[in-house]
Design a protein around this ligand. Structure first.
Ligand code: COA
Ligand code: ZN
Length: 301
């Protein structure tokens, strides 16, 4: 058992926003390297119309491949019942639904209002899905580039509804608006309402506060974090969205603090090299990758 679980979302959140397609075989090699580095949860793609996001056209094949790798939980995103059915058919073990707290982002992203999207997820939860976990992820939970402020009551209301029928609920800072004080306040409020159903934190590093927000969430009791290798990522339907909190830096921070992640930083760098080689034009980020391991560094047990 590790102290925290880091879910790598690069193959989904990262590649959906990349300028170039990653070939299917390269995706497989990258996912294999991520698993070799010790990542136990990987969001490998999304089941959305291929015309809308061509980078996700091969997700069924990627899910099937990832299922052959022992010891990982294979996660996929779905925006509706059709996507959920495709995810079940492909063998996904957990399906994440983006439910935006901002009406404008929700309509841009899934062409449904937040309440319509909640009902879509409810429909999926009522569909037979033995053994497959359902996560409701409250997107734009800390602000929205289209709407601006997102009232905390809206986040609370959506999270509470999702908790009725989802196995877990996550809060996502889709466009990198959150700050650590806000993170602690909103997580505490939602936790008070739905208890342990509140699990994941999904931060973007758009304004450089990804790690600070992750630490704030950790201090509020969060033990499950999304991040992406090289800080790829961003929602194509949220103007101004950019990369996720950087997996390498997140792992380094927690390991240096003595909080075990189960992830090997050297092997993570190997996975990063594979990604950079396949997508050389893509902007990647990360302080750890530039600076390396400090002298005397000891990973958590
Ligand atoms: N997978 C594949 N095809 C799908 C699909 C899915 N999950 N959902 C719908 N389709 C198909 C329909 O069958 C229909 O096909 P047709 O034109 O051949 O009949 C077509 O797509 C349009 O279907 P409709 O239900 O009208 O969808 P829409 O155009 O209103 O789009 C969503 C709604 C939810 C499918 C779309 O907005 C979406 O995928 N959003 C997610 C975007 C995303 O990934 N954002 C980033 C992650 S948060
Ligand atoms: Zn995201």
């Amino acid at each position: 058992m590790t102290d925290i679980v880091i879910c790598e979302v690069g193959p989904r959140d990262g590649l959906q926003n990349a300028k170039h397609l990653m070939p299917t075989n390269a995706k497989k090699e990258w996912i294999r390297a991520l698993a070799d580095a010790g990542l136990k949860e990987i969001e490998v793609g999304s089941f959305v119309p291929p015309k809308l996001i061509p980078a996700m056209a091969d997700t069924a094949e990627i899910v099937a491949y990832a299922r052959t790798i022992p010891g990982i939980k294979v996660i996929a995103l779905a925006p509706n019942l059709k996507g959920f059915q495709r995810a079940l058919e492909a063998g996904a073990q957990k399906v994440t639904f983006p439910v935006s707290a901002s009406r404008q982002h929700s309509e841009s992203n899934v062409r449904m209002t937040p309440d319509q999207m909640v009902e879509e997820v409810r429909k999926c939860a009522q569909h037979p899905h033995a053994g497959v976990e359902i996560e409701g992820a409250v997107s734009t939970a800390f602000g929205c580039t289209m709407q601006g402020t997102v009232p905390e009551e809206d986040v609370l209301r959506i999270a509470t509804k999702l908790a009725e029928f989802c196995d877990s609920v996550a809060l996502a800072d889709t466009v990198g608006y959150a700050n650590p004080v806000q993170v602690r306040r909103v997580f505490a409020k939602v936790k008070k309402a739905i208890g342990n159903k509140l699990e994941g934190a999904h931060f973007h590093n758009t304004r450089g506060l990804g790690l600070a927000n992750a630490l704030a969430a950790y201090e509020e009791g969060v033990r499950s974090f999304d991040s992406s290798l090289g800080g790829l990522g961003g929602c194509p339907f949220a103007p101004g969205a950019s990369g996720n909190v950087i997996t390498e830096d997140l792992v380094f921070m927690f390991e240096a603090m003595g909080v075990s992640t189960g992830i090997d930083l050297d092997k993570l760098m190997t996975a990063r090299k594979i990604m950079v080689q396949v997508l050389p034009q893509e902007q990647t980020y990360g302080h750890f990758a530039l600076a390396g391991v400090p002298k005397g560094f000891r990973a958590a047990a």
